[in-house]
Design a protein. Sequence first.
Length: 132
Amino acid sequence: RPVVWSRSSVIYSAHPTQPTVVARHFPSSKQFAPSTPTSILENLSSYEPPTVISISPSEDWLFAYFPARGCDGIGCLWERGSQLDHWEVREQFRYEQDGGVVTAEWTSSDRPVSVYFMCSTLFYQVCIHSGR
């Protein structure tokens, strides 16, 4: 399971069995979860816990990839609100069944968000793995 520890001491991890990102502000034991993408909520049993979680250097953006069972996987980009525990889904990306995200890297924290058709942003790159 992926685990990410932010500079503000928020620990993001995959729920052990559900397609959910779970977070907690260390050292508190209180957990919170960014909102689940609508496409996943509509068919929870078709998605697995996230296999990639990445927080931007500015901690304003969060990305997670949810592999699927028998349908396209979902990549989700959240934008943080005014509180550390408030995240809104900004974009959702579909990945064909024979592909998916295997790693994620933030290339800059200074560029504006602009999402393109091929699931990339000006400051964010995803590596897509094809089974072919």
